[in-house]
Structure formats: C-alpha cells, structure tokens
Design a protein around this ligand. Sequence first.
Ligand SMILES: Nc1ncnc2c1ncn2[C@@H]1O[C@H](COP(=O)(O)OP(=O)(O)O)[C@@H](O)[C@H]1O
Ligand SMILES: [Mg+2]
Length: 233
Amino acid sequence: MSIKLEKVSKIYKTGEVETIALHDVDLEIKEGEVIILLGPSGSGKSTMLNVCSGLDKPTSGIITIDGEVISSMNSKELTKFRRENLGFIFQQYNLLQTLSVRENVEVGREVSSDPFTVEEIVEQVGLTPNIDKYPFQLSGGEQQRVSIARAVVKNPKILFCDEPTGALDEVNAKEILAVIQKLNEKFNTTVVLITHNPSISVMGDRIIKLNSGQVVDDIRNANKKRASEIKWG
Ligand SMILES: Nc1ncnc2c1ncn2[C@@H]1O[C@H](COP(=O)(O)OP(=O)(O)O)[C@@H](O)[C@H]1O
Ligand SMILES: [Mg+2]
C-alpha cells in the first residue's frame, strides 16, 4: 500500500504551550518501499508514524493510504482499517506474559480477514523451536521476534516500526532487521522504520530525515545492503 501526506501538521497543546511536532509535511511513500526515518530525538518521528498509521489525528492536512483518506475517518473506521491493513512493532515488545509464543501470535491473527498461519510466521521469524515457550523463557531478541510475528501474521500491507531495535544489542538488532527485510522482500510489505541510528540507513530504499517537524532530506539509496552487512555505529 502507498501512503500520501499533503501539508500535514500536528500541533500538541499542553496548557499554554504549543509544540509543532510536524510542520506542513508533504510526502509520498510507494508500495513495497523500505523507508528509514531518521532524525534527532524530538524531531517528530514518532508523531509522523502515529499520524501516518491513524494512531493519532493530524491537526491539519490530508493523509491517504491506497486512495482511502484516513485523516477523515472516525475512530471506529480507523480501528477497522488498522486491524485489517497495518502492523506495528515498537521498542517495547508488549507481549502477554501468560501466553505462549504460539498464543501471542494467535492474538495478532484473530483480527484479520486474510492471515497467514501461526506456524508459517513463527517459522519465518526463526522461532519454531520456541513456539510453546513463554516470554520470560526468551531473550530480548527472541521476544522482539515474537512481537514481529504477532504484527505480521495478519498479513499487513504496511509495517510501522518505531525504534524496533532500541532495546537490543548489535547481534540481536541485526537479526531483527534481517527479519523485517525478509518480510518486505517476501510479501512486498511497505516498511516505515524509525531509528536514531544512521548506520541502519543502508538497508532502506529511501532515507527520510526529519528535523523540527520538517523533512530536511529525502534520499534514494541506490546501493541497498543486507541487514547483516550493517556496520553498527
Ligand atoms: N502527546 C504529546 N503531547 C505534547 N507534546 C508531545 C506529545 N508527543 C510528542 N510531543 C512533542 O512533539 C515533538 C515531537 O515528538 P516525537 O514525535 O515523539 O519525536 P521523536 O519520535 O522524533 O523523538 C517533541 O517536542 C515532543 O516533546
Ligand atoms: Mg520517538
């Protein structure tokens, strides 16, 4: 699925204070692209992801996903749209501690009309031997792979990742990025991946840099690399 932003702004009001988190952003993301969204802390990366995915509403502007204007949907329509089309991965794994790997992934599957099987996706993220384990029996990297499986089992058209490797060491982080890369290649899933680590850029089709709520750079990467080739900064 493609994403289009037209003059999108987001202003947070906290008491008397106004924060312009996004300022007149125009952007088009094509189906199947891997977008690496870079920028310093506070530059608006999470806000951009939240409004692009309908988790939050822009203050002004239009956001269209595959021809559907999500910025004018009500919250019920948005919830349905997100459930059917979008997957999310965050720095925190947000797994249900009392459920096994299989059951955690099943939770993601229930909300979809066109899902993969749990076994197929658990295999894709390399956790077949761990399918009956519980989160506390897994390493951080393995837990993040469960959260990826849960996001991907419903066959999302876009995968939004907000600092997915923020809590991981280099080895685990590269494995997680390799899983995301593989899913993009296998299913043509559009990927929007936020990071503050510029070395991850090499795996993107496009690197978009934000600063103070504005796109300051939008670079096409002609020399895309495997996640395993990333030189950690
Ligand atoms: N819910 C909120 N209420 C008020 N201000 C917010 C809120 N969320 C983010 N901000 C502010 O908006 C700006 C952009 O934040 P954010 O999108 O989280 O940046 P990033 O993800 O790049 O670190 C920051 O100045 C932040 O303090
Ligand atoms: Mg953020």
